[in-house]
Design a protein around this ligand. Sequence first.
Ligand SMILES: Cc1cc2nc3c(=O)[nH]c(=O)nc-3n(C[C@H](O)[C@H](O)[C@H](O)COP(=O)(O)OP(=O)(O)OC[C@H]3O[C@@H](n4cnc5c(N)ncnc54)[C@H](O)[C@@H]3O)c2cc1C
Length: 596
Amino acid sequence: MKTHQYEVLIVGAGGAGLMAALYASKGARTAVLSKLYPTRSHTGAAQGGIGAALGNAEEDRTEWHTFDTVKGSDYLGDQDAIEFMCEAAPGIVYDLEHMGLPFSRNLDGTIAQRPFGGHTNNITGKPVTRACYAADRTGHMILQTLYQQCIKHNVTFFDEFHVIDLITVNGATAGAIALELSTGELHIFHAKAVIFATGGHGRVWEITSNAYAYTGDGVAITLRRGIPAEDMEFFQFHPTGIYKMGILITEGVRGEGGVLLNNEGERFMDRYAPTVKDLASRDVISRAMYLEMKDGRGINGKRYLYMDVTPETVNKYAASDGRTRPDGTPFVVTGEEILAKLPDIIDFCETYLGVNPVTQPMPVQPTAHYAMGGIPTNLRGEVVIDSDRNIMPGLYAAGEVACVSIHGANRLGTNALLDLVVFGKEAGENAAEFSKGISYQTLPDDAADFARQQFDQLRNGSGNEKAADIAKEMKEVMFDHVGVFRLEEGMQEAVEKVSELKERFKDVRIEDTGDRYNTELLNTWEIGNLLDLAEVTAVSALARKESRGAHARDDYTERDDEKWLKHTLVWLHEDGVELQYMPVTFTKFEPKKRVY
Ligand SMILES: Cc1cc2nc3c(=O)[nH]c(=O)nc-3n(C[C@H](O)[C@H](O)[C@H](O)COP(=O)(O)OP(=O)(O)OC[C@H]3O[C@@H](n4cnc5c(N)ncnc54)[C@H](O)[C@@H]3O)c2cc1C
């Protein structure tokens, strides 16, 4: 078996992994392993923007960004980490600009900004223009810019290397095991520090905006190595996915003045969030949409609503809201302006729906979008392994796979891209520094056994279950019962169903016995990961008897700070799931009821 040695090993080449690589490589011998070619990572799909209080169009302050994020998190976010991120935001956006990121511009040459849900002027309560963007391709530009920087700085990449396991020795990190897609060979990567930056796990749900690769590998691998996951019950449903397909229509559409309409042509967000309306936080809007559809006001009685960004509608509501441009003139848009600001969205709708958003409304429904939970970390990117916040030496996580926790119970739009770059950099720098002070752990002889064992079972299983059938049943039960709204019985049913599916998964046998490009083997292994994530998600959700952020229960409709203002930690043992709780870190902000 081939063995490689690097001081810092980064698993994942999205925004978080590349940022970590760029900074780690300045101080340590660094390699990046990625199951995808780096520029195919999901960061490239991010559309709307990256949040930073630059104040280019109007007054803005980092303290407002901090408070909005705390409030958006429904007070579950750790306030020290949120302060750190929002204060770092303007500097890091300028760093990206200096690296060559082609942001959209204002006429005076400064970085253009647009409003986004939950971001407000804390004095007036009105939406503020805080999202820096590159048309509706912000993530694509971040990914390309960072990849170019990594190539320039000679970072070593192992593309299409699928990490299967983490190597640990006496509670410390020693490396990772990866399968090379083109040969089917297992490789040992001996390392002093490992950074997981593997992205999210939205493929647990039937309707999702997430890439096929979003199978939660990082969380599944660390759970199997005895490391807990944090706040897994909090999974964000974005209000505007294309009906039935889940493909994302960015919140930037509402930032540009688009409104949601029901079957009666009513702008229903007026009733649910009278101040910020269509720019309320995502959990609030997804729930409002669910209630509209439940009460029969879906379009033609179906499970979708309209997102309308035609100039006629935008101008009508901008006038009634009294919305103005930064220079005080009334906010009026033309079809050409919409086309220039949202080119990809218009392209998606024409391709997938045959609908032109400049002249017609788009059919939308909430879509599983973002994992607030993940591998617990502190604000240095170090992985936390218990409720006293002890860490595992040499192990780091950053990006969507990690739970710092910035986003608490609900993430604000534009804060994920910010989280990637801020904490990707932290993890990279700190891992490099850590690796300077220590020598390599001695590798155990059986380092690759657990990885090999997992594949042997899939290759040589005797049963005739099909992984795709199991995945389909999991996605349906999770979408129906551990989705936008939740009930005790439904979640109980999901817990039982997932545990039955995990039993059936033991009887899965793949058909492709080859070594080269055996994507069937890897996709089946990924479904095993999704099942583990579904299980810890459903169990964590069932236990939390309150409604907070994205976790909304019909049977416990109120937030309960007395009992539940705490993070969930979940372990996956051989004999089932264990839950513990960890205090939330407060600095300035006392929990208040959220009003939008
Ligand atoms: C459609 C869409 C639009 C979005 N728009 C916005 C937005 O406008 N603003 C915003 O702030 N956020 C947005 N988000 C959220 C944000 O884009 C993501 O949370 C973020 O890009 C995740 O970045 P990451 O670096 O953590 O993971 P990714 O970019 O997904 O990268 C994960 C990497 O891990 C690798 N990997 C995974 N598993 C393994 C394994 N087992 N072995 C080896 N490698 C592995 C993959 O190859 C990949 O390189 C959006 C998300 C989606 C889905």
